[in-house]
Design a protein around this ligand. Structure first.
Ligand code: CCH
Length: 285
């Protein structure tokens, strides 16, 4: 239950930690994908936030407008209903939390529960209505390369180093033919956040996959991993590659810079009233 202060309902850090714990409990599920809903929940937090446009100050996680068509129907958001539906049970149990706080908090929980760094998080997002839905095309298109990545992420206010740090989330999860059309995981441990994505980018030989699906790469030695054209752009481009090399060598550095960029991604465009951030206990602490 949220605590009442001066007649105003003010949820405390403990109230949010309870939400974290309930999300953590839902994530592991052997009947789903690689045994965890963690990756798709991270993707929900990212797609809710990555619509931000710093010039018009529109989009971002505030509003949780992906609840509504047309945003829920945008091609980039295919499959995210799974994550939204999963979190519906948490919203029922803790009706005081906004969807926009819930989705971002859940992404933090997923990162931490999959062995990633602590992501300081603060509440304050308010749910909007359908009129705040963003236009299609604000999220990256995997068939493109470095120029497109820069256009999309610079629009959010990120730089080259942060683009590479955020992309390390592809250590997690997989592509689904019935969602994006692409197929397969990026790493051998898709439910653990590590710097393996960068190591594999540099150390494996990658070739175009021969199939009828969209153009993607596969690792030559096992043919069980994949890279998108946008992933390969990170080693083709000299500026991006520098950071791929930094993170491949140093997992702690990756965790620090990922935590910083991901924390800010979840806050883009949110008019917070409070500065204080919460660091949630992980279930393994
Ligand atoms: Fe991503 N991502 N992503 N991605 N993504 C996909 C899956 C995940 C791009 C395209 C795709 C980020 C950046 C990019 C995750 C987190 C992040 C898929 C497969 C495509 C396509 C979807 C499917 O079929 O299910 C492109 C292009 C970019 C360009 O930068 C960033 C940034 C993040 C987070 C910080 C995660 C996690 C997944 C796995 C989802 C799952 O269901 O397993």
């Amino acid at each position: 239950q949220a605590s009442k202060t001066g007649g105003v309902l003010t949820p405390t850090k403990d109230d949010f930690q309870k939400v974290y714990n309930d999300v953590a409990e839902l994530l592991e599920n052997n009947d789903y994908d690689d045994g965890s809903y963690g990756p798709v929940v991270v993707r929900l937090g990212w797609h809710a936030s990555g619509t931000y446009d710093k010039d018009t100050k529109t989009g971002g996680s505030n509003g949780a407008t992906m609840r509504f068509a047309p945003e829920s129907e945008h091609g980039a958001n295919a499959g995210l209903k799974t994550a939204r539906d999963l979190l519906e049970g948490i919203k029922k149990k803790h009706p005081w939390i906004s969807y926009s706080d819930l989705w971002t908090l859940a992404a933090v929980a997923a990162i931490q529960e999959m062995g990633g760094p602590k992501i300081p998080w603060r509440p304050g997002r308010k749910d909007g209505d359908v009129s705040a839905c963003t236009p299609d095309g604000r999220l990256p298109d995997a068939t493109k390369e470095q120029k497109h990545l820069r256009a999309i992420f610079y629009r959010m206010g990120f730089n080259d180093q942060e683009i590479v740090a955020l992309s390390g989330a592809h250590a997690l999860g997989r592509c689904h033919t019935d969602r994006s059309g692409f197929d397969g995981p990026w790493t051998f441990s898709p439910t653990m956040l590590t710097n393996d994505y960068y190591k594999l980018l540099l150390e494996e030989k990658w070739a175009w996959k021969k199939w009828n699906g969209p153009k993607q790469f596969e690792d030559v030695s096992t043919k069980s991993l994949m890279m998108l054209p946008t992933d390969m752009a990170l080693v083709k481009d000299k500026e991006f590659r520098k950071h791929v090399e930094r993170y491949a060598k140093d997992n702690d550095l990756f965790f620090r810079e990922f935590a910083d960029a991901f924390g800010r991604l979840l806050e883009l465009g949110v008019p917070f009233e409070k500065e204080e951030k919460f660091v949630f206990k992980s279930t393994t602490d």
